[in-house]
Ligand binder design. Structure first.
Ligand code: F6P
Length: 547
Protein backbone atom coordinates (compact mmCIF):
# COMPACT_ATOMS: atom_id res chain seq x y z
CA UNK A 1 0.00 0.00 0.00
CA UNK A 2 1.78 3.15 -1.15
CA UNK A 3 0.83 6.77 -1.40
CA UNK A 4 -1.13 7.91 -4.37
CA UNK A 5 1.38 9.96 -6.38
CA UNK A 6 -1.06 11.82 -8.61
CA UNK A 7 -3.37 12.83 -5.80
CA UNK A 8 -0.53 13.85 -3.50
CA UNK A 9 1.08 15.86 -6.33
CA UNK A 10 -2.11 17.83 -6.78
CA UNK A 11 -2.47 18.38 -3.04
CA UNK A 12 1.16 19.51 -2.70
CA UNK A 13 0.73 21.95 -5.60
CA UNK A 14 -2.37 23.44 -3.99
CA UNK A 15 -0.47 23.87 -0.72
CA UNK A 16 2.50 25.53 -2.45
CA UNK A 17 0.09 27.99 -4.06
CA UNK A 18 -1.55 28.61 -0.69
CA UNK A 19 1.87 29.51 0.71
CA UNK A 20 2.95 31.82 -2.12
CA UNK A 21 -0.38 33.61 -2.34
CA UNK A 22 -1.04 33.96 1.37
CA UNK A 23 -1.92 37.40 2.57
CA UNK A 24 -0.96 38.81 5.91
CA UNK A 25 1.27 37.44 8.62
CA UNK A 26 0.84 34.72 11.23
CA UNK A 27 0.01 37.38 13.79
CA UNK A 28 -2.87 38.64 11.63
CA UNK A 29 -4.47 35.20 11.83
CA UNK A 30 -5.06 35.87 15.52
CA UNK A 31 -7.70 38.40 14.52
CA UNK A 32 -9.94 35.33 14.63
CA UNK A 33 -10.76 35.20 18.33
CA UNK A 34 -10.78 31.40 18.68
CA UNK A 35 -7.55 30.77 16.75
CA UNK A 36 -5.85 29.02 19.67
CA UNK A 37 -8.85 26.71 20.22
CA UNK A 38 -9.06 25.88 16.51
CA UNK A 39 -5.37 25.32 15.95
CA UNK A 40 -4.41 23.39 19.04
CA UNK A 41 -5.36 19.84 19.92
CA UNK A 42 -5.20 18.25 23.36
CA UNK A 43 -5.02 14.59 24.24
CA UNK A 44 -5.43 14.67 28.00
CA UNK A 45 -2.74 16.97 29.35
CA UNK A 46 -0.68 16.64 26.16
CA UNK A 47 -1.36 19.56 23.87
CA UNK A 48 -0.03 20.59 20.49
CA UNK A 49 -0.44 24.28 19.76
CA UNK A 50 0.14 25.07 16.10
CA UNK A 51 -1.70 28.37 16.09
CA UNK A 52 1.66 30.15 15.74
CA UNK A 53 2.12 28.79 12.20
CA UNK A 54 0.73 30.20 8.96
CA UNK A 55 -1.83 27.39 8.79
CA UNK A 56 -5.35 28.72 8.24
CA UNK A 57 -8.69 26.91 8.11
CA UNK A 58 -8.36 26.53 4.35
CA UNK A 59 -4.78 25.28 4.59
CA UNK A 60 -5.67 22.80 7.32
CA UNK A 61 -8.43 21.45 5.11
CA UNK A 62 -5.91 21.06 2.27
CA UNK A 63 -3.41 19.36 4.59
CA UNK A 64 -6.04 16.87 5.71
CA UNK A 65 -6.79 16.26 2.05
CA UNK A 66 -3.07 15.59 1.54
CA UNK A 67 -3.18 12.98 4.32
CA UNK A 68 -6.10 11.28 2.60
CA UNK A 69 -4.42 11.47 -0.81
CA UNK A 70 -1.32 9.93 0.77
CA UNK A 71 -3.42 7.08 2.19
CA UNK A 72 -1.99 7.65 5.62
CA UNK A 73 -4.70 5.68 7.38
CA UNK A 74 -4.37 2.63 5.12
CA UNK A 75 -0.58 2.66 5.49
CA UNK A 76 -0.91 3.05 9.27
CA UNK A 77 -3.28 0.07 9.41
CA UNK A 78 -0.86 -1.98 7.32
CA UNK A 79 1.92 -1.26 9.82
CA UNK A 80 -0.20 -2.25 12.83
CA UNK A 81 -1.38 -5.36 10.98
CA UNK A 82 2.21 -6.64 10.67
CA UNK A 83 2.46 -6.30 6.86
CA UNK A 84 5.99 -6.25 5.49
CA UNK A 85 5.97 -2.51 4.93
CA UNK A 86 9.78 -2.37 5.19
CA UNK A 87 10.05 -3.53 1.60
CA UNK A 88 13.79 -3.40 1.05
CA UNK A 89 14.44 -5.60 4.07
CA UNK A 90 11.22 -7.58 3.63
CA UNK A 91 10.20 -7.00 7.25
CA UNK A 92 7.20 -6.08 9.29
CA UNK A 93 7.44 -2.90 11.39
CA UNK A 94 5.98 -3.62 14.79
CA UNK A 95 7.75 -1.71 17.53
CA UNK A 96 4.18 -0.94 18.59
CA UNK A 97 3.77 -4.62 19.58
CA UNK A 98 6.44 -4.11 22.27
CA UNK A 99 4.15 -1.80 24.19
CA UNK A 100 0.78 -3.18 23.20
CA UNK A 101 -1.49 -3.50 26.23
CA UNK A 102 -4.35 -5.42 24.58
CA UNK A 103 -4.82 -9.15 24.88
CA UNK A 104 -5.32 -9.78 21.16
CA UNK A 105 -2.69 -11.64 19.16
CA UNK A 106 -0.36 -9.70 16.84
CA UNK A 107 0.55 -12.06 14.03
CA UNK A 108 3.64 -11.62 11.88
CA UNK A 109 3.70 -14.07 9.00
CA UNK A 110 0.97 -16.01 10.76
CA UNK A 111 2.75 -16.32 14.12
CA UNK A 112 1.65 -14.32 17.17
CA UNK A 113 4.56 -12.20 18.43
CA UNK A 114 2.90 -11.30 21.72
CA UNK A 115 4.00 -14.34 23.79
CA UNK A 116 7.67 -13.65 22.99
CA UNK A 117 7.28 -9.98 23.87
CA UNK A 118 5.58 -10.79 27.18
CA UNK A 119 8.12 -13.45 28.06
CA UNK A 120 11.12 -11.22 27.31
CA UNK A 121 9.63 -8.36 29.30
CA UNK A 122 9.15 -10.70 32.26
CA UNK A 123 12.75 -11.98 31.98
CA UNK A 124 14.03 -8.42 31.80
CA UNK A 125 11.96 -7.52 34.84
CA UNK A 126 13.39 -10.45 36.82
CA UNK A 127 16.92 -9.55 35.84
CA UNK A 128 16.49 -5.84 36.56
CA UNK A 129 14.89 -6.54 39.94
CA UNK A 130 17.64 -9.01 40.79
CA UNK A 131 20.34 -6.42 40.06
CA UNK A 132 18.47 -3.63 41.83
CA UNK A 133 17.89 -5.75 44.90
CA UNK A 134 21.47 -7.06 44.98
CA UNK A 135 20.45 -10.69 44.36
CA UNK A 136 22.28 -10.58 41.05
CA UNK A 137 25.72 -9.35 42.03
CA UNK A 138 29.25 -9.14 40.70
CA UNK A 139 31.60 -12.15 40.55
CA UNK A 140 32.92 -11.38 44.03
CA UNK A 141 29.54 -10.65 45.52
CA UNK A 142 29.65 -6.88 45.15
CA UNK A 143 26.27 -5.20 44.65
CA UNK A 144 26.10 -3.62 41.19
CA UNK A 145 26.41 0.14 41.61
CA UNK A 146 27.12 1.10 37.98
CA UNK A 147 25.76 -0.07 34.65
CA UNK A 148 27.56 0.74 31.40
CA UNK A 149 25.53 0.38 28.22
CA UNK A 150 27.73 -0.25 25.19
CA UNK A 151 25.88 0.41 21.95
CA UNK A 152 25.57 3.00 19.20
CA UNK A 153 22.78 4.60 17.16
CA UNK A 154 19.47 3.12 18.20
CA UNK A 155 21.24 0.91 20.72
CA UNK A 156 22.50 4.02 22.52
CA UNK A 157 20.47 7.13 21.76
CA UNK A 158 17.14 5.74 22.97
CA UNK A 159 18.29 4.31 26.32
CA UNK A 160 20.62 7.27 26.94
CA UNK A 161 17.89 9.81 26.19
CA UNK A 162 15.16 8.18 28.28
CA UNK A 163 17.45 7.40 31.21
CA UNK A 164 18.43 11.05 31.48
CA UNK A 165 14.82 12.18 30.94
CA UNK A 166 13.55 10.15 33.89
CA UNK A 167 16.32 10.99 36.36
CA UNK A 168 13.84 11.92 39.13
CA UNK A 169 12.62 8.30 39.12
CA UNK A 170 16.04 6.69 39.44
CA UNK A 171 16.37 4.39 42.42
CA UNK A 172 18.65 1.76 40.90
CA UNK A 173 22.30 1.64 39.86
CA UNK A 174 23.91 4.59 38.08
CA UNK A 175 23.77 4.26 34.28
CA UNK A 176 26.52 5.28 31.88
CA UNK A 177 26.66 5.08 28.11
CA UNK A 178 29.58 4.34 25.80
CA UNK A 179 28.95 4.62 22.07
CA UNK A 180 31.86 6.22 20.21
CA UNK A 181 34.74 4.04 19.03
CA UNK A 182 36.98 6.93 20.09
CA UNK A 183 39.01 5.52 23.00
CA UNK A 184 38.28 8.74 24.87
CA UNK A 185 34.68 7.68 25.39
CA UNK A 186 35.21 4.36 27.13
CA UNK A 187 38.29 5.64 28.98
CA UNK A 188 36.41 8.57 30.47
CA UNK A 189 33.42 6.42 31.43
CA UNK A 190 35.50 3.65 33.03
CA UNK A 191 37.59 6.12 34.99
CA UNK A 192 36.43 5.91 38.57
CA UNK A 193 34.30 2.76 38.08
CA UNK A 194 34.99 -0.28 40.22
CA UNK A 195 35.07 -3.43 38.04
CA UNK A 196 33.76 -5.47 40.98
CA UNK A 197 30.50 -3.51 41.05
CA UNK A 198 30.08 -2.68 37.35
CA UNK A 199 27.72 -4.41 34.94
CA UNK A 200 28.16 -3.98 31.18
CA UNK A 201 25.28 -4.33 28.75
CA UNK A 202 26.40 -5.00 25.19
CA UNK A 203 23.52 -3.70 23.10
CA UNK A 204 23.55 -4.33 19.39
CA UNK A 205 20.71 -5.42 17.17
CA UNK A 206 23.11 -7.08 14.74
CA UNK A 207 25.96 -7.82 17.18
CA UNK A 208 28.39 -6.93 14.39
CA UNK A 209 28.62 -3.13 14.68
CA UNK A 210 32.34 -2.44 14.82
CA UNK A 211 32.15 0.40 17.36
CA UNK A 212 30.16 -1.70 19.79
CA UNK A 213 32.24 -4.83 19.34
CA UNK A 214 35.45 -2.82 19.84
CA UNK A 215 34.16 -1.15 23.00
CA UNK A 216 32.80 -4.46 24.28
CA UNK A 217 36.22 -6.08 23.86
CA UNK A 218 37.84 -3.23 25.80
CA UNK A 219 35.24 -3.55 28.55
CA UNK A 220 35.82 -7.29 28.64
CA UNK A 221 39.56 -6.69 29.13
CA UNK A 222 38.72 -4.23 31.94
CA UNK A 223 36.86 -7.01 33.77
CA UNK A 224 39.32 -9.79 32.95
CA UNK A 225 42.35 -7.72 34.05
CA UNK A 226 40.73 -6.89 37.38
CA UNK A 227 38.71 -10.01 38.18
CA UNK A 228 39.84 -12.80 35.86
CA UNK A 229 38.31 -14.51 32.84
CA UNK A 230 35.77 -16.40 34.95
CA UNK A 231 34.19 -13.07 36.06
CA UNK A 232 32.98 -12.14 32.55
CA UNK A 233 29.65 -13.94 32.91
CA UNK A 234 28.72 -12.05 36.07
CA UNK A 235 29.62 -8.63 34.70
CA UNK A 236 28.02 -8.72 31.27
CA UNK A 237 24.56 -8.92 29.78
CA UNK A 238 23.68 -8.65 26.11
CA UNK A 239 20.76 -7.40 24.05
CA UNK A 240 20.50 -8.43 20.41
CA UNK A 241 18.43 -9.99 17.67
CA UNK A 242 21.47 -12.07 16.63
CA UNK A 243 21.45 -14.50 19.54
CA UNK A 244 23.81 -16.92 17.77
CA UNK A 245 26.58 -14.29 17.74
CA UNK A 246 26.23 -13.33 21.43
CA UNK A 247 27.14 -16.71 22.91
CA UNK A 248 30.71 -16.53 21.58
CA UNK A 249 31.36 -13.49 23.77
CA UNK A 250 31.04 -15.58 26.94
CA UNK A 251 27.77 -14.18 28.20
CA UNK A 252 25.52 -16.79 29.87
CA UNK A 253 22.21 -17.52 28.19
CA UNK A 254 20.14 -16.20 31.10
CA UNK A 255 21.70 -12.76 30.60
CA UNK A 256 21.02 -12.56 26.90
CA UNK A 257 17.84 -10.72 25.95
CA UNK A 258 16.54 -10.92 22.44
CA UNK A 259 14.37 -8.80 20.23
CA UNK A 260 13.17 -9.20 16.70
CA UNK A 261 13.92 -8.08 13.16
CA UNK A 262 10.56 -6.31 13.04
CA UNK A 263 11.95 -3.74 15.50
CA UNK A 264 14.12 -1.12 13.81
CA UNK A 265 17.19 0.03 15.76
CA UNK A 266 15.88 3.59 16.12
CA UNK A 267 12.51 2.23 17.28
CA UNK A 268 13.97 -0.22 19.79
CA UNK A 269 13.96 1.62 23.12
CA UNK A 270 10.74 -0.25 24.01
CA UNK A 271 12.49 -3.60 23.67
CA UNK A 272 15.31 -5.12 25.75
CA UNK A 273 17.37 -2.19 24.44
CA UNK A 274 15.56 -0.22 27.18
CA UNK A 275 17.22 -2.37 29.89
CA UNK A 276 19.34 0.51 31.28
CA UNK A 277 16.16 2.48 31.93
CA UNK A 278 14.53 -0.51 33.57
CA UNK A 279 17.55 -0.94 35.82
CA UNK A 280 17.46 2.74 36.73
CA UNK A 281 13.72 3.15 37.41
CA UNK A 282 12.51 -0.42 37.95
CA UNK A 283 10.18 -2.68 35.96
CA UNK A 284 6.94 -1.05 37.17
CA UNK A 285 7.94 2.42 36.05
CA UNK A 286 9.24 0.95 32.79
CA UNK A 287 5.78 -0.48 32.19
CA UNK A 288 4.31 3.00 32.71
CA UNK A 289 6.68 4.21 30.00
CA UNK A 290 5.40 1.46 27.67
CA UNK A 291 1.80 2.29 28.61
CA UNK A 292 2.34 5.92 27.59
CA UNK A 293 3.49 4.86 24.15
CA UNK A 294 0.58 2.39 23.89
CA UNK A 295 -1.85 5.20 24.68
CA UNK A 296 -0.37 7.26 21.83
CA UNK A 297 -0.59 4.23 19.51
CA UNK A 298 -4.26 3.88 20.32
CA UNK A 299 -4.83 7.59 19.73
CA UNK A 300 -2.97 7.41 16.40
CA UNK A 301 -5.10 4.45 15.33
CA UNK A 302 -8.46 5.79 16.37
CA UNK A 303 -8.58 9.59 16.53
CA UNK A 304 -10.05 11.34 13.50
CA UNK A 305 -7.39 12.90 11.29
CA UNK A 306 -8.20 16.46 12.36
CA UNK A 307 -7.82 15.53 16.05
CA UNK A 308 -4.95 13.14 15.63
CA UNK A 309 -1.74 14.47 17.18
CA UNK A 310 0.82 12.51 15.13
CA UNK A 311 -1.13 13.18 11.92
CA UNK A 312 -1.32 16.90 12.64
CA UNK A 313 2.35 17.12 13.62
CA UNK A 314 3.25 15.26 10.42
CA UNK A 315 1.09 17.56 8.30
CA UNK A 316 2.67 20.63 9.89
CA UNK A 317 6.06 19.14 9.01
CA UNK A 318 4.96 18.58 5.39
CA UNK A 319 3.59 22.12 5.21
CA UNK A 320 6.87 23.63 6.39
CA UNK A 321 9.10 21.34 4.33
CA UNK A 322 7.25 21.20 1.04
CA UNK A 323 4.91 24.17 0.79
CA UNK A 324 7.10 26.72 2.60
CA UNK A 325 10.43 25.14 1.57
CA UNK A 326 12.08 25.31 5.01
CA UNK A 327 15.07 22.95 5.02
CA UNK A 328 15.34 22.25 8.74
CA UNK A 329 13.41 22.14 11.98
CA UNK A 330 14.66 22.86 15.45
CA UNK A 331 13.59 20.84 18.48
CA UNK A 332 13.90 22.94 21.62
CA UNK A 333 12.81 21.22 24.83
CA UNK A 334 12.41 23.64 27.71
CA UNK A 335 13.18 20.66 29.87
CA UNK A 336 16.83 20.06 30.68
CA UNK A 337 16.24 16.34 31.16
CA UNK A 338 15.21 16.16 27.50
CA UNK A 339 18.67 17.38 26.55
CA UNK A 340 19.27 14.29 24.41
CA UNK A 341 15.86 14.41 22.71
CA UNK A 342 17.11 16.46 19.73
CA UNK A 343 19.92 13.93 19.11
CA UNK A 344 17.47 11.05 19.51
CA UNK A 345 15.06 12.66 17.05
CA UNK A 346 17.90 13.30 14.63
CA UNK A 347 18.32 9.56 14.25
CA UNK A 348 14.62 8.78 14.38
CA UNK A 349 13.73 11.37 11.76
CA UNK A 350 16.82 11.71 9.57
CA UNK A 351 17.68 7.99 9.37
CA UNK A 352 14.04 7.23 8.63
CA UNK A 353 13.16 10.00 6.19
CA UNK A 354 16.51 11.01 4.70
CA UNK A 355 15.57 9.24 1.47
CA UNK A 356 15.68 10.18 -2.22
CA UNK A 357 13.70 7.37 -3.80
CA UNK A 358 10.11 6.31 -3.34
CA UNK A 359 9.05 2.86 -2.24
CA UNK A 360 9.08 1.71 -5.85
CA UNK A 361 12.60 3.01 -6.47
CA UNK A 362 11.72 6.16 -8.45
CA UNK A 363 13.29 9.52 -7.63
CA UNK A 364 11.18 11.45 -5.14
CA UNK A 365 9.22 14.36 -6.59
CA UNK A 366 9.98 16.79 -3.76
CA UNK A 367 12.24 17.31 -0.75
CA UNK A 368 11.89 14.72 2.00
CA UNK A 369 13.20 14.68 5.58
CA UNK A 370 14.41 18.03 6.91
CA UNK A 371 17.55 18.54 8.95
CA UNK A 372 16.57 18.08 12.59
CA UNK A 373 18.60 19.78 15.26
CA UNK A 374 18.32 21.49 18.60
CA UNK A 375 19.35 21.94 22.20
CA UNK A 376 17.41 22.59 25.36
CA UNK A 377 16.13 26.04 26.22
CA UNK A 378 17.03 28.31 27.84
CA UNK A 379 20.64 27.45 26.90
CA UNK A 380 19.79 27.56 23.20
CA UNK A 381 18.63 31.15 23.54
CA UNK A 382 22.18 32.14 24.41
CA UNK A 383 23.67 30.17 21.53
CA UNK A 384 21.87 29.99 18.19
CA UNK A 385 18.59 31.82 18.75
CA UNK A 386 20.16 34.93 17.23
CA UNK A 387 19.96 33.19 13.85
CA UNK A 388 16.43 31.97 14.48
CA UNK A 389 15.28 35.53 15.15
CA UNK A 390 17.35 37.57 12.71
CA UNK A 391 19.09 35.14 10.34
CA UNK A 392 18.21 34.88 6.65
CA UNK A 393 16.74 31.36 6.87
CA UNK A 394 13.44 30.54 8.49
CA UNK A 395 13.62 27.58 10.85
CA UNK A 396 10.32 26.31 12.24
CA UNK A 397 10.79 25.54 15.92
CA UNK A 398 9.13 22.84 18.00
CA UNK A 399 9.09 23.80 21.66
CA UNK A 400 8.39 21.26 24.40
CA UNK A 401 7.47 22.39 27.89
CA UNK A 402 6.00 20.87 31.03
CA UNK A 403 3.63 22.59 33.44
CA UNK A 404 5.36 21.16 36.51
CA UNK A 405 8.96 20.46 37.34
CA UNK A 406 10.09 17.76 39.74
CA UNK A 407 11.48 20.41 42.08
CA UNK A 408 8.47 22.16 43.64
CA UNK A 409 10.76 23.93 46.11
CA UNK A 410 12.39 25.69 43.15
CA UNK A 411 9.24 26.95 41.50
CA UNK A 412 10.93 30.23 40.63
CA UNK A 413 13.13 28.30 38.17
CA UNK A 414 10.12 26.64 36.57
CA UNK A 415 8.31 29.97 36.24
CA UNK A 416 11.30 31.49 34.47
CA UNK A 417 11.61 28.45 32.21
CA UNK A 418 7.98 28.62 31.11
CA UNK A 419 8.07 32.40 30.65
CA UNK A 420 11.13 32.08 28.44
CA UNK A 421 9.60 29.33 26.33
CA UNK A 422 6.43 31.31 25.72
CA UNK A 423 8.40 34.51 25.10
CA UNK A 424 10.47 32.87 22.37
CA UNK A 425 7.54 31.63 20.33
CA UNK A 426 5.84 34.98 20.71
CA UNK A 427 8.99 36.90 19.71
CA UNK A 428 9.57 34.66 16.68
CA UNK A 429 6.04 35.36 15.51
CA UNK A 430 5.76 39.05 16.39
CA UNK A 431 9.19 40.37 15.49
CA UNK A 432 9.88 44.07 15.79
CA UNK A 433 9.43 46.70 13.08
CA UNK A 434 11.84 49.50 12.28
CA UNK A 435 9.40 51.98 13.72
CA UNK A 436 9.15 50.01 16.96
CA UNK A 437 12.93 49.75 17.16
CA UNK A 438 13.26 53.50 16.65
CA UNK A 439 10.61 54.25 19.25
CA UNK A 440 12.42 52.06 21.76
CA UNK A 441 15.72 53.83 21.13
CA UNK A 442 14.04 57.22 21.23
CA UNK A 443 12.60 56.34 24.63
CA UNK A 444 16.12 55.55 25.78
CA UNK A 445 17.12 59.09 24.79
CA UNK A 446 19.26 58.29 21.73
CA UNK A 447 19.99 61.16 19.35
CA UNK A 448 18.23 60.93 15.96
CA UNK A 449 21.36 60.14 13.90
CA UNK A 450 22.51 57.45 16.35
CA UNK A 451 18.99 56.04 16.43
CA UNK A 452 18.87 55.77 12.62
CA UNK A 453 22.24 53.99 12.65
CA UNK A 454 21.34 51.44 15.34
CA UNK A 455 17.65 50.79 14.68
CA UNK A 456 18.03 48.48 11.63
CA UNK A 457 20.10 46.11 13.74
CA UNK A 458 17.27 45.88 16.22
CA UNK A 459 14.62 44.93 13.70
CA UNK A 460 13.22 41.38 13.91
CA UNK A 461 11.40 40.18 10.79
CA UNK A 462 9.03 38.03 12.86
CA UNK A 463 6.40 35.87 11.13
CA UNK A 464 8.53 32.84 12.05
CA UNK A 465 6.47 29.75 12.84
CA UNK A 466 6.63 27.49 15.85
CA UNK A 467 4.71 24.64 17.42
CA UNK A 468 4.52 24.18 21.19
CA UNK A 469 4.01 20.76 22.75
CA UNK A 470 2.89 21.17 26.36
CA UNK A 471 2.34 18.49 29.01
CA UNK A 472 1.76 18.25 32.74
CA UNK A 473 5.08 16.78 33.81
CA UNK A 474 7.82 14.61 32.39
CA UNK A 475 6.92 11.27 33.96
CA UNK A 476 7.41 7.81 32.39
CA UNK A 477 3.92 7.76 30.88
CA UNK A 478 4.33 11.18 29.28
CA UNK A 479 7.80 10.40 27.97
CA UNK A 480 6.35 7.28 26.33
CA UNK A 481 3.61 9.38 24.74
CA UNK A 482 6.04 11.99 23.44
CA UNK A 483 8.40 9.48 21.81
CA UNK A 484 5.53 7.55 20.20
CA UNK A 485 4.08 10.87 18.99
CA UNK A 486 7.33 11.60 17.16
CA UNK A 487 7.63 8.04 15.82
CA UNK A 488 4.19 8.29 14.25
CA UNK A 489 4.84 11.81 12.98
CA UNK A 490 7.85 10.46 11.07
CA UNK A 491 5.60 7.67 9.79
CA UNK A 492 2.93 10.11 8.56
CA UNK A 493 5.45 12.21 6.65
CA UNK A 494 7.04 9.13 5.06
CA UNK A 495 3.61 7.77 4.13
CA UNK A 496 2.71 10.94 2.26
CA UNK A 497 6.11 11.13 0.55
CA UNK A 498 5.73 7.49 -0.43
CA UNK A 499 9.16 6.53 0.95
CA UNK A 500 10.29 3.63 3.14
CA UNK A 501 11.04 5.04 6.60
CA UNK A 502 12.37 1.76 7.93
CA UNK A 503 15.59 1.01 6.09
CA UNK A 504 18.92 2.89 6.32
CA UNK A 505 21.06 1.97 3.34
CA UNK A 506 22.61 5.43 3.43
CA UNK A 507 24.87 4.50 6.32
CA UNK A 508 26.38 1.50 4.52
CA UNK A 509 28.82 3.08 2.07
CA UNK A 510 30.79 4.88 4.78
CA UNK A 511 31.00 1.64 6.77
CA UNK A 512 32.30 -0.25 3.72
CA UNK A 513 34.95 2.36 2.99
CA UNK A 514 36.07 2.45 6.64
CA UNK A 515 36.74 -1.29 6.38
CA UNK A 516 38.76 -0.69 3.22
CA UNK A 517 40.72 2.22 4.72
CA UNK A 518 41.65 0.54 8.01
CA UNK A 519 44.67 -1.32 6.53
CA UNK A 520 46.04 1.96 5.15
CA UNK A 521 45.63 3.68 8.52
CA UNK A 522 47.65 0.87 10.11
CA UNK A 523 50.48 1.11 7.57
CA UNK A 524 49.18 -0.97 4.65
CA UNK A 525 48.06 0.02 1.18
CA UNK A 526 45.13 2.30 0.41
CA UNK A 527 42.68 1.06 -2.24
CA UNK A 528 43.60 2.46 -5.65
CA UNK A 529 40.15 4.02 -5.90
CA UNK A 530 40.79 6.36 -2.93
CA UNK A 531 41.18 10.03 -3.81
CA UNK A 532 44.40 12.04 -3.51
CA UNK A 533 42.73 13.92 -0.65
CA UNK A 534 42.32 10.74 1.37
CA UNK A 535 45.85 9.48 0.69
CA UNK A 536 47.23 12.94 1.55
CA UNK A 537 45.31 12.98 4.82
CA UNK A 538 46.51 9.50 5.73
CA UNK A 539 50.11 10.55 5.08
CA UNK A 540 49.66 13.67 7.20
CA UNK A 541 48.03 11.82 10.11
CA UNK A 542 50.67 9.10 9.89
CA UNK A 543 53.45 11.67 10.16
CA UNK A 544 52.02 12.89 13.46
CA UNK A 545 50.65 9.62 14.81
CA UNK A 546 53.52 9.09 17.22
CA UNK A 547 54.41 5.72 15.84
O1 F6P B 1 24.63 2.51 11.25
C1 F6P B 1 23.28 2.64 11.45
C2 F6P B 1 22.72 1.62 12.36
O2 F6P B 1 22.47 0.45 11.67
C3 F6P B 1 21.49 2.12 13.06
O3 F6P B 1 20.36 2.00 12.30
C4 F6P B 1 21.49 1.32 14.31
O4 F6P B 1 20.65 1.87 15.28
C5 F6P B 1 22.94 1.38 14.66
O5 F6P B 1 23.61 1.29 13.42
C6 F6P B 1 23.44 0.32 15.60
O6 F6P B 1 23.24 -0.96 15.09
P1 F6P B 1 23.30 -2.25 16.03
O7 F6P B 1 22.26 -2.09 17.08
O8 F6P B 1 23.05 -3.40 15.12
O9 F6P B 1 24.68 -2.30 16.65
Amino acid sequence: MTSNALATDAAFKALATAWTTREGRILDLFATPDRFERFSVAYGDLLIDFSKTAISDAILTQLLELARAGRVEAQRDAMFAGDHINLTEDRAVLHTALRDQASEAIPVDGIDVKPGVVETLARLGDFASGVREGRIAGARGGVITDVVNIGIGGSDLGPAMVTLALAPYHDGPRCHFVSNVDSAHITDVLKGLDPATTLFIVASKTFTTVETMTNAATARAFIVNALGEEAVGAHFAAVSTALDKVGAFGIPADRIFGFWDWVGGRYSVWSAIGLPLMLAIGPDRFREFLAGAAAMDEHFRSAPLDQNLPVLLGLIGLWHRNACGFPSRAIIPYDQRLARLPAYLQQLDMESNGKSVTRDGAAVARPTGPIVWGEPGTNAQHAFFQLLHQGTDIVPVEFLVGAQSHEPALKNHQDLLVANCLAQSEALMRGRTLEEAKAQLRAKGLADDKMAEIAPHRVFPGDRPSVTIAYATLDPFTLGRIIALYEHRVFVEAAVWGINAFDQWGVELGKELATQFLPAVTGGALPASASASTSGLIAHLDAFSGG
